[in-house]
Design a protein around this ligand. Structure first.
Ligand code: FAD
Ligand code: DHB
Length: 390
């Protein structure tokens, strides 16, 4: 089999890329390790930046998002038991849309298949070869048989645990990273959200986030130890901790309901560069991870492939490779800005383990001072809002 662009991974990056290429009249095939039901039900991100929602709309993918997604014009920061609203839309003229990543993925898969696009699910042992010879070929196993796809270009959109990075010769990639001494325990619950907008809370017992998916479904997160075993977190303990960290004098704690999904996410910041080697390009979580506090991961993945789609259009239709050759530089500028924002939000909102010899709760007091600046100074609130809405 032959195609113009071989795409590894059917997450937001791979699927948006495949759809944008189709709109440009460029053929692609997507290879995905998991089955369709799995990728459509994996509960992850929920916040679309203004520009991400606009891109999906302009690409003809906005119908269900606009009908079922929740446009939000602000968020609240809670500390010392009080909630403070940041009026993001009043400060920036832009808004976010709360719409689950798996809904975005579902819309994209339906659309690709309706347009005759090819997505191979359950592709095992995916390998990329021939990059050095500029004759890339992707191979995989399906139903016990080895299959082969010859391509002009291969794009690795296979996430943090993917393998396409390893097709770059040893020594050419550099990784910059930081791991945080905590993780997030996230739940999805059949419970009417008690708030209209997201609440990010710094409590003495740690961070908590109140988010939602619909008027009937809440999404909540708790800062937990990185080695957390879910067996130690029966539902009663999760709710009690959420009530402690999110309840306050200014607003209700969460409404309880049936928990339908629980997971633990480690927190790390990672950038691997360059994002290109010859005819192999890397995008999304395959080359950068942000801690989820800034809600940036999926938005960055979409931004990468928007840049790539434009570069591939110039390459295939006009023989102009200059945009593609600048892909690393163009994409990384935004990646590092989001790295900074995500690190800043994470540092401001989590209880840090200060270790032996640390001066009491010095770090916590500095965090409170920082949060006071953000809620009392319009300049700080605007800076947060501009970064958050994207
Ligand atoms: P992925 O979504 O990871 O997709 C990669 C795909 O490749 C997967 O389908 C995988 O099965 C497949 N794959 C992997 N290996 C192979 C292989 N060898 N062969 C073939 N296929 C393979 N981001 C936000 O923007 N906003 C948020 O609010 C937000 N909140 C988050 C909350 C949580 C709890 C988590 C975990 C993440 C959150 N993120 C958020 C981050 C966001 O989910 C990711 O950044 C996003 O999924 C990246 O998309 P991607 O397409 O690059 O990678
Ligand atoms: C959600 C996730 C985030 O990481 C975040 O910062 C805000 C909201 C969510 O899943 O709804």
């Amino acid at each position: 089999m032959r195609t113009q662009v071989g795409i590894v991974g059917a997450g937001p990056a791979g699927l948006v890329l495949s759809h944008l290429l189709h709109l440009h009249g460029i053929e692609s095939v997507v290879l995905e390790a998991r089955d369709r039901a799995y990728v459509e039900s994996r509960v992850r991100a929920g916040v679309l930046e203004h520009a991400t929602a606009d891109l999906l709309r302009q690409a003809g993918l906005g119908e269900r998002m606009d009908a079922e997604g929740l446009p939000h014009e602000g968020i609240s920061l809670q500390f010392e038991g009080e909630r403070h609203r940041i009026p993001m839309t009043a400060l920036t003229g832009r808004r976010i849309t709360v719409y689950g990543q798996q809904e975005v993925v579902r819309d994209l898969i339906a659309r690709r298949l309706a347009d005759g696009g090819r997505i191979v699910f359950e592709a095992a042992e995916v390998r990329v070869d021939g990059v050095e010879a500029d004759d890339p070929v992707v191979t995989w196993t399906a139903a016990g048989r080895r299959e082969e796809l010859r391509c002009d270009v291969v794009v690795g959109c296979d996430g943090f645990h993917g393998t396409t990075r390893s097709a770059v010769p040893a020594g050419l990639l550099r990784t910059h990273q930081r791991t945080y001494p905590f993780a997030w325990l996230g739940i999805l619950a059949e419970a009417e959200p008690a708030v209209d907008e997201l609440v990010y809370s710094l409590h003495e017992r740690g961070f908590a986030l109140y988010s939602m998916r619909s008027p009937a479904v809440s999404r909540l997160y708790l800062q937990v130890r990185p080695d957390t075993d879910l067996a130690d977190w029966p539902h009663e303990r999760i709710w009690a901790e959420l009530e402690t960290r999110l309840g306050g004098s200014d607003g209700p704690g969460p409404n309880r309901g049936r928990i339908v999904d629980v997971g633990v996410t480690p927190m790390r910041s990672v950038v691997t560069e360059p994002l290109q080697h010859r005819s192999l390009f890397l995008a999304g979580d395959a080359v950068h991870i942000v801690p989820p506090t800034g809600a940036k991961g999926m938005n960055l993945a979409v931004h990468d492939v928007r840049v790539l789609a434009e570069g591939l259009e110039a390459h295939f239709h006009r023989g102009d490779r200059s945009h593609l050759e600048r892909y690393t530089q163009t994409a990384l500028r935004r990646v590092w800005r989001a790295q900074h924002f995500s690190w800043w939000m994470t540092s401001m909102l989590h209880r840090m383990d200060e270790g032996e010899g640390s001066a009491g709760d010095y770090g916590h007091r500095v965090q409170i001072a920082q949060l006071r600046n953000v809620v009392e100074s319009e300049a700080y609130a605007r800076a947060l809002s501009e970064n958050y809405v994207g």
